[in-house]
Design a protein around this ligand. Structure first.
Ligand code: GAP
Length: 445
């Protein structure tokens, strides 16, 4: 099987309607991407899968959707105004800008540009938060930031959620949403962008129990990815060294995935201690402590965070699903082996031919399946070509209406992975497909 390159993935995403360059007709905006008809379906499904796992299947986690714009003091309290920076240098000759930590060692030692050899400026701190103004007057007092993480919206709502939902520690708050960072290095497609989406869950625990819950969530999060069909061999842990730990973290592990450009971070699991609530308590003047009603103990909860990228997960799911398979006879089939719960289209429906009333029957079958699944009707081209088109976008099931359908009300149900075709009663289609989704196993796993 040929190795998947990022170039192949970018072009496949464009051709098949997953991801387009932002403002492409104007030459594109670097580091921003648009999700096309199939991309938005895939992204929404990944989000739903995470949400179900982290809220519906838990008995002590609630959801939240906080605003992107927040009071500017939030970002002072969180430490972002002071510390959310990258070290940058400029080349005095070619004027290119680099992140100091990504410059080859020799160039750094000689202070020379890795591109043209020209002299480099002194290093300066560059804050990654996007600043803008709220209201009609643009002055220091009207500055606000586009949030660089969703987590802070959870911390400032911790008391609201706890009181309104009558939560007792340990409990969690989950949120999905946009985040913005003025990233300097944004290559690798949708891996690192200036506008992206996060899937974050903050779990509030009693101090002293933080390590137990940290290990608990590490285990849970690693178990999660294979549930959505990701190959376990492509996942591994990376523990943060002392020099990598964020200013708030006592311990941190990344779940890394082997992307086409190599092993990279997909999700972080962090033990944030009581840093966040302590700081928000100090800066807001509000009491953010927790009273354990049974023991009468009062404390500032510790927070264990699971923080994954939604848009980065889209890249992972696409990279993981892509396969080229050589069939008997030498034909190469390109297929996206999405888990059926993530596939943008669940069922393709075709008439074998358009004539003799088959198209009308197929339309009716498709309409009935729509109630339960995302469907796609196609009557153009040879049946083999139609199957291939659905393989290429990862549709796990295809239903074909043929002449036998007219005789005994049965259709063929084709499986994307095995390419096997079963004869199924039209009336049983929904339950057979439902079972196929529930029992799905990726070949070889
Ligand atoms: N609240 C903690 C936090 O934001 P992070 O490690 O900076 O931690 C968490 O980000 C996740 O968000 C990352 O593992 C990654 O999946 C995603 N992420 C971060 N920056 C990103 C960017 N510029 N583009 C796309 N995804 C990003």
């Amino acid at each position: 099987m040929a190795e998947l390159t990022m170039e192949t993935l970018v072009s496949l995403c464009k051709q098949r309607g997953f991801v387009f360059q932002s403002s492409e007709i104007y030459g594109g905006l670097s580091s921003a991407w648009d999700y096309g008809p199939l991309g938005v379906e895939l992204k929404n499904r990944i989000q739903r899968f995470w949400w179900r796992e982290m809220t519906q299947l838990q008995d002590n986690i609630v959801g939240l959707d906080a605003a992107i714009m927040m009071h500017p003091r939030v970002w002072e309290a969180s430490g972002h105004v002071e510390s959310f920076t990258d070290p940058l240098v400029d080349c005095k000759s070619c004027k290119q800008r680099f992140r100091e930590d990504l410059i080859p060692e020799d160039n750094l030692k000689n202070r020379t540009c890795p591109e043209c050899g020209g002299p480099l400026t002194e290093t300066r701190k560059f804050n990654l938060m996007f600043r803008t103004h709220i209201g009609p007057v643009e002055n220091e007092g009207s500055i606000i930031y586009l949030r660089p993480e969703t987590a802070q919206g959870i911390y400032v709502n911790y008391r609201n959620c706890m009181q309104s939902s009558r939560l007792k520690i340990p409990f969690g708050i989950a949120q999905v949403g946009k985040a913005f960072r003025n990233e300097i290095v944004t290559k690798n497609f949708i891996f690192r962008t200036c506008e992206f989406e996060q899937l974050e869950m903050q779990f509030f625990v009693k101090p002293g129990e933080d390590e137990k819950w940290f290990n608990f969530w590490r285990e849970k999060r690693m178990e999660y990815y294979p549930k959505m069909g990701i190959r376990p061999s492509k996942l591994r842990w990376h523990r943060h060294g002392k020099d990598e730990l964020a200013h708030y973290a006592k311990d941190a592990y990344d779940i890394q995935y082997e992307f086409p450009m190599g092993w990279r971070e997909l999700e972080g699991v962090h033990n944030r201690t009581d840093y966040d609530l302590r700081r928000h308590g100090e800066y807001s003047g509000k009491d953010l402590s927790y009273l354990d009603e049974e023991t009468r103990e009062r404390y500032i909860p510790y927070i264990v965070e699971t923080s994954a990228g939604l848009t980065r997960s889209v890249l992972m799911v696409l990279s993981d699903a892509y396969e080229e398979e050589t069939l008997e006879g030498g034909e190469v089939r390109s297929v996206l082996r999405f888990h059926p719960l993530l596939a943008p289209i669940t069922v393709g429906v075709f008439p074998l031919v358009k004539k003799d009333g088959l198209a009308e029957i197929a339309r009716k079958v498709e309409e009935d399946l729509r109630e339960e699944f995302t469907t796609f009707y196609d009557q153009s081209g040879s049946i083999g070509r139609r199957y291939r088109r659905q393989d290429e976008v990862g549709t796990p099931f295809c239903v074909t209406v043929d002449y036998e359908t007219k005789e005994n009300d049965t259709v063929t149900l084709r499986n994307r992975d095995s390419m096997e075709q079963l004869r199924v009663k039209t009336a049983d289609l929904v339950s057979v497909i439902r079972k196929g989704i529930r029992d799905y196993r990726r070949p070889g796993l």
